[in-house]
Design a protein around this ligand. Sequence first.
Ligand code: FES
Length: 183
Amino acid sequence: MSTNSIRKIVKQDFELNTNAVQKINKILEISNHDSRNLIPILQDLQDEFNYLPEKIISHIAKELNVSEHHIYGVATFYSQFKFIKPGKHIIRVCMGTACHVLGAQSLLDKLSRDLKIDSGETTEDELFSLESVYCLGCCALAPVMLIDDEVYGSMTAAKVNKILRKYRKVDKPKQTKSGTGKK
Ligand code: FES
């Protein structure tokens, strides 16, 4: 993906407030403000903020005295880095060999149809992000799906609706007296 296309899809709703700047600067300090440590810096930033908003990239470009273009060039080389705010729940479907032979693809297809997104995307209501990953390390439970930190083993497409309903129910907007949904 080119730097320009990333810029177009990056959401602009991240607020670079004092708290965020403090966290970013702490991460930069740990890496001695050294641009040679760019990858670990980006990893720490993503761990902290769940993704790499454009405002963070601009900030660290100034702090590290490198161009934003350089940072995007490095970051886009690695699929681990995300530039779009992920959904509240991240669904990871294992596509490793053990899971694949036991039907992981039809599980992923079912999730993709139900959520109306492809792997790597986030639902419009920002509730779910869908990802395919390779071996979650619990092959005996294949096929495996992970939602946030919860492991779902021996998964079938038929189990998907019930599981998604559980998350939707918990995150359902509260109804006000006027009936307007309010988070
Ligand atoms: S292959 Fe899916 S958990 Fe190992």
